[in-house]
Write a protein that binds this ligand. Structure first.
Ligand code: ADP
Length: 499
């Protein structure tokens, strides 16, 4: 055997990616394949399960081929995935009874409204750490069983439910294990964070028979061997974790108080809270960071709906820029926004504002306002929204401030934004060499799963910081900027009339 390498399968919402890493966390090859999105009705989103599986297998084969490594050098494979997306298949044939219902799909909103009307919100929050919402898998599974009339078959043990990690493991691993990891289980609204088990009361509430559920395992755990026909050899599949959890791990946010923010289409911020699940008083979710050796580590999570998507909007709708990257140069061509604030509340505002009736607005414009000011205000808005999540997390943790924030995701390549983020938060922002921290996290977890690394601390030495953005704004200007932002937020709130 030559130098051992690790492979991550990163099954995302729009593409399936595979990355080959060396043991030191350097990327040897990466390949991603996009697949179609289906929108059968407004607000509904589906994936074809065959697309998920086929693109993932092809991406794996292609990345391994491009890396030039010998298949016998692959020490382990880790899976990370789009969370909450729901699949249901026949145990005998593997045939899915329906397309995958994607996390974004709103079709089960009536289920959630019913649960809320029945006064179940607090129970759900206490047990799962989640705010009841159609995103989570539970109501999607209930919908499939109800609309396809599958309760009898489910009770008879003829059907398997899975999120994407479970679906991939079932198809890729010898012996067809029916397993999920604790981080993915935690996004179903059926899993009890405290007992670390499927919760009978929650199952009852949605009329879901326990027979359809996968076994819950640790995030680093040898599930079995990759089916040999895929790469020509059996290779241990040794980790599974939801994408945001893998990213927190890939950023080596191992100690309580460490926080990461991923700047993609939306932004996802997670803060490690250690071995206690912290209940948010500010509209954040309580979730698992990961589970190792049966021990859960918890996190607080918040998301910004319009992150990099705000930049896409500048490019595609306003045509103010031609490429996302150009926004950086344009923002830096002016010293400030000249008093302009842009609130991208296009689909309402999430944590900590939670106002679905707010809409986008631009305030503070004068006759001298130009394209660069608007673009700069848009980039700053991504940072302000992230700041608001951060402030909520700090408040939930009794005011304890992290020493730094780690960043990743496509839009974190924008150095203007990262500097502004550091300025507005008043703590350093650290960007790693490998921006694909989700995949790196899955690879590191797999390395731990097969014992290639003795501990997570040893694995963490593979995570290398690239650039640190030190805060440069003084407190007075910071307070002034945040004051302006919060005034702008008030203008955006409640815009849609409900009368
Ligand atoms: P996702 O995983 O959600 O598809 P990515 O991590 O690939 O997202 O990041 C893509 C997003 O980042 C897009 O919304 C894009 O507009 C934005 N983006 C990419 N590069 C830049 C940049 N240099 N500056 C600002 N935004 C960027």
């Amino acid at each position: 055997m030559g130098n051992p390498v690790l492979v991550a399968l990163d099954q995302g919402t729009t593409s399936s990616r595979a990355i080959v890493f060396d043991m030191h966390g350097a990327t040897l090859a990466s390949h991603a394949i996009e697949f179609p999105q289906y929108y059968p009705q407004p607000g509904w989103v589906e994936h074809d399960p065959d697309d998920i599986l086929n693109t993932q297998i092809t991406a794996l084969r292609e990345a391994v081929r491009m890396s030039g490594v010998d298949v016998s050098d692959i020490a382990a494979i880790g899976i990370t995935n789009q969370r909450e997306t729901t699949l249901l298949w026949e145990k005998d044939t593997g045939r899915c009874v329906h397309n995958a219902i994607v996390w974004q799909c709103r079709r089960t909103a009536p289920y959630v409204e019913k649960l809320m009307a029945e006064g179940k919100s607090q129970l759900i929050k206490e047990k799962t750490g989640l705010v009841p919402d159609a995103y989570f898998s539970g109501t999607k599974l209930a919908y499939l069983l109800d609309t396809l009339n599958l309760h009898e078959r489910a009770k008879a043990g003829q059907l398997c439910f899975g999120t994407v990690d479970t679906f991939l493991a079932w198809h890729l691993v010898e012996g067809r294990p029916h397993v999920t990891d604790a981080t993915n289980a935690g996004r179903t609204m059926l899993f009890n964070l405290h007992t670390q088990q499927w919760d009978p009361e929650l199952l009852d509430m949605l009329n879901i028979p326990a027979q359809v559920l996968p076994t819950v395992v640790d995030s680093a755990h040898v599930i079995g061997n990759l089916r040999p026909e895929i790469l020509g050899r059996p290779i241990p599949v040794a980790a599974m974790a939801g994408d945001q959890h893998a990213s927190l791990f890939g950023q080596a946010c191992f100690t309580p108080g460490m926080v990461k923010n991923t700047y993609g289409t939306g932004c996802f911020m997670l803060m490690n809270t250690g071995d206690v699940p912290v209940e948010s008083k500010n509209g954040l979710l309580t979730t698992m960071a990961w589970r190792l050796n049966g021990q859960p580590t918890y996190a607080l999570e918040g998301s910004v709906f319009m992150g990099g998507a705000t930049v896409q909007w500048l490019r595609d709708e306003l045509k103010m820029i031609q490429t996302a990257a150009e926004s950086e140069q344009l923002a830096e061509s002016v010293p400030d926004t000249a008093g302009v604030f842009l609130v991208p509340a296009f689909t309402g505002l999430g944590a900590p504002h939670w106002d679905m009736y707010s809409r986008g607005t631009i305030v503070g414009m004068t006759r001298g306002t130009g394209r660069a000011h608007i673009v700069r205000a848009a980039l700053e808005a991504i940072c302000y929204q992230s700041y608001d999540l951060y402030a909520a997390m700090v408040a939930d943790c009794d005011g304890r401030e992290p020493v730094q924030m780690n960043v990743d995701g496509g839009a974190s390549a924008n150095s203007f934004m990262m500097q502004f983020q550091a300025d507005i938060m008043g703590i350093p922002v650290v960007r790693p060499v490998v921006l694909e921290t989700t995949a790196l996290g899955a690879a590191l977890l797999a390395g731990i799963g097969v014992g290639l690394y003795a501990s997570k601390e040893e694995a963490a030495s593979m995570v290398r910081p690239d650039l640190t953005f030190q805060p440069r704004m003084d407190k007075e200007n910071r307070d002034l900027a945040l004051y302006g932002w919060h005034r702008a937020i008030e203008r955006a709130k409640g815009w849609v009339e409900t009368r």
